[in-house]
Design a protein around this ligand. Sequence first.
Ligand SMILES: [Zn+2]
Length: 318
Amino acid sequence: MSGGLTLLPPSVDRHAHLEGSLDAAWVRQQAALEGKPIPATLEALWRTETIPFEGFIPAFFFSCGFLRSAEAAREILRAALRRLPPPEVGMPRGIDLWVSPHYLCAHEKLLSLDDLWRGMDDGIAEARAQGVKVAVILDAVNHFGVAHGHAVLDLVLGNLPEWVIGFSTGGIEGVPFREWAEVFERARKNGLRLAAHAGENGPGTNVRDAILEAGVSRIVHGVHAAAHPEILELLADRKIPVDVCITSNRALVPDLGPHPLPQMLRAGVRCALGTDDPGVMPCTIPSEWEAAKGLGLTHEELITLRRNAVEDAWSLQP
Ligand SMILES: [Zn+2]
């Protein structure tokens, strides 16, 4: 199978954050209504400029500050659906969606947990009615520390919708994964799958530590692992899925250089594409697919990238 055939984009968004998926136009409108100036860092991101990760966090939270109702949560699911490619015969469609309930409902008190779950449940039901499966992964903020990780679990474990199936850390990779291990273990004992943002704004060795010291079975980004052949080998040997978000990585990883996706795929790492925070850094799965093609992947590597998207998606697993 080669030449002539145009491969369609993958049918799964393997990594998107609920909080980062509010449409830019919608945020601009809400901000104008409330008389809030848009932070310069957010404007820069909307123009697809590269900014330091420390500037990204407030821009991200400015945007998600408008997530104040069940209706807003439902709208985000609808926006996430629009960022998938159109249905393709024989291809299952899915979204693996990260959410930070503790930040939204306890830290910022933007809305109640019941409203968050209700809005997401409505949006997920709509997605399912259109043949799109959704899995939700809890996201704890790494740099808020281990106590915050426990607080995330304390908040949700008594009231966990069936579509929440995973636990992850995100944010700045400031607290070592060995310290996070106890939180991951508690999440695992409660039936949750484990993932971590690692090797993005922290060193590639964080990828190894997340796997070996915290026991995670999925890595988000992991781009700095490309500098460590032995860590790429670990990822390949253990068949650890790695969610790569080209637009986001280019915006938030200033020392990225040429995107290492081709190198990671050639090392046998099971990479797939995600949009990450497409409301903050505008992109879709079709646009990420075009970006991947622009990296010089062979036809066979593109087939692999497409296949990984479906095979490792938590939203598509029983
Ligand atoms: Zn992310």
